[in-house]
Design a protein around this ligand. Structure first.
Ligand SMILES: [Zn+2]
Ligand SMILES: [Zn+2]
Length: 140
C-alpha cells in the first residue's frame, strides 16, 4: 500500500474542482493508496471508516470518474470496479480482465517504445493510448 499525503489528496480534489469534503477525501485516499487494485464499491466501503454507506461511496465514485480522477471498469459479472485514472498513476500500466469471472489485474505491458515519435511524424501531438487485454485467468 502506497503512502499518500493529506496535502496531495486535497490538491487533487482542488485541481478537479471538487470541494474537499471528508467523504471525498477518504475515498480518494483509498484509491490513491491502492493504485493497482481495481475495487468494487463494496471493497471500497470495507476500507472506509465506519458509517460510510454504499450510496455515498457510489455518488463520490461517479463524480470522481466524471472529473477524470478514476477509471470505471465494467465487469462482465456486472460489478462496477474503479481504479485510479491512468494519468494519475505513477507507474504506467494496462489492465487485463478475465472473460470468465471478470477479475481485473494490472499488467506491466505496453506498446513498443517509439509510438509517440511515430505519431509525431504523422503530425500528432498530445497523444495518448488505451490498451485492454482479456483472457482466461488462472482460477479456471
Ligand atoms: Zn477468471
Ligand atoms: Zn501503455
Amino acid at each position: 500500500m502506497l503512502q499518500v499525503s493529506e496535502r496531495e489528496i486535497d490538491e487533487l480534489l482542488k485541481n478537479a474542482q471538487l470541494r474537499a469534503t471528508r467523504h471525498r477525501h477518504e475515498v480518494l485516499k483509498i484509491i490513491l493508496e491502492n493504485p493497482n487494485t481495481p475495487m468494487s464499491i463494496d471493497e471500497l466501503v470495507e476500507h472506509l471508516p465506519e458509517g460510510f454507506d454504499r450510496v455515498t461511496a457510489y455518488r463520490i465514485v461517479n463524480s470522481f470518474a466524471e472529473k477524470g480522477l478514476l477509471e470505471k471498469i465494467n465487469h462482465l459479472s456486472n460489478t462496477l470496479k474503479v481504479i485510479l485514472s491512468p494519468s494519475l498513476r505513477k507507474k504506467h500500466m494496462h489492465l487485463v480482465t478475465c472473460r470468465l469471472c471478470g477479475s481485473t489485474y494490472t499488467a506491466n505491458i505496453c506498446v513498443q517504445p517509439g509510438w509517440r515519435e511515430k505519431l509525431a511524424r504523422l503530425g500528432f501531438s498530445n497523444v495518448s493510448h488505451n490498451l485492454s487485454f482479456t483472457g482466461v485467468c488462472g482460477n479456471h
